[in-house]
Design a protein around this ligand. Structure first.
Ligand code: ADP
Length: 264
């Protein structure tokens, strides 16, 4: 049974240990973000990242055309290529795909993105972000059938060929749903959903599928997207979702064993 593993790109994520742990497996799709890399490249190009907060409290990267270009260069370019190379070094034939490749992630452009500025709700200007509406699961299954590991990340493509930024946690959830995956792992730089962000021991161990709304108030900013992604995955038939740490030895095996916040 295929699993979907998403590894974060923010500071504190430990890609090497995740790849070590995945090296012996061929039954997964690896989804990557890369926010730190996007931020660094943006700085170097004189286009520092900007974020906005939606009325729901979700924090999103600004994706006007100039920032979207940085996202594409950093994710579909650098991060994905490096992950594929690192897997190759571990004896894994991986293939990197952005959501644009073969129309893997078909998205609809977000029409009405809104942001809160000084307590007022405003339209987000020139936004090139989207929501994934269809995943070409058959393509992923064909690659897996050939013994190739798909390494997938933003951006996605619209039906009219516009390139749009999409959230990698949501991409992972949509892929897990499309593949009918039993398990989705969202590996990140914290031990799971924490009641107190400064205390790893305050991790919420389990969340019932009907109780997700009770942990949403704990999850601020970008953690909120992971919790919403978990909700999307479970609603779409995925058996369980684990938000867990990407660092330490065997992060994949530990997450599969439930060492994180388990949504089921
Ligand atoms: P990644 O790049 O791994 O996807 P993000 O930076 O997007 O990671 O999201 C993880 C971050 O969410 C944590 O580092 C933390 O700062 C933040 N966060 C907000 N609320 C919580 C919470 N209740 N528990 C854990 N982390 C939280």
């Amino acid at each position: 049974m295929t699993i979907v593993v998403k590894v974060g790109g923010a500071a504190g994520n430990s890609l090497e240990e995740v790849l070590d742990d995945l090296a012996g497996r061929r039954d997964y799709v690896l989804v990557h973000g890369g926010s730190e890399r996007v931020d660094r490249l943006g700085e170097a190009l004189g286009r520092p990242a900007q974020y906005y907060t939606a009325p729901s409290g979700v924090v999103s990267r600004r994706s006007d055309p100039a920032h979207l270009e940085v996202v594409v260069l950093a994710l579909a370019g650098a991060v994905q290529t490096e992950i594929v190379a690192r897997l190759f070094a571990r004896g894994v034939r991986a293939i990197g795909l952005s959501g644009v490749d073969a129309g893997l992630l078909l998205a609809r452009r977000k029409e009405g993105a809104r942001e809160v500025v000084d307590g007022r709700v405003l339209r987000v200007a020139d936004d090139r972000s989207g929501r994934v509406e269809r995943v070409d699961a058959a393509l992923l299954e064909s690659l897996l059938g050939l013994g190739l590991v798909p390494v997938v990340g933003p951006p996605a493509v619209t039906a009219t060929g516009e390139v749009v930024n999409v959230d990698a946690d949501r991409v992972a959830a949509e892929i897990a749903v499309a593949l009918g995956a039993e398990t989705l792992l969202l590996l990140t730089n914290v031990a799971g959903v924490l009641r107190d962000r400064d205390d790893a021991a305050s991790r919420v161990a389990t969340v019932g599928r009907d109780a997700i709304d009770t942990v949403l108030p704990l999850a601020e900013g970008r953690m909120r997207k992971k919790v919403l992604a978990a909700q999307t995955a479970l609603a779409g038939g995925v058996g369980r979702v684990v938000i867990a740490s990407s660092s330490g030895s065997s992060p994949v095996a530990r997450a599969l064993a439930g060492d994180g916040t388990v949504f089921a």
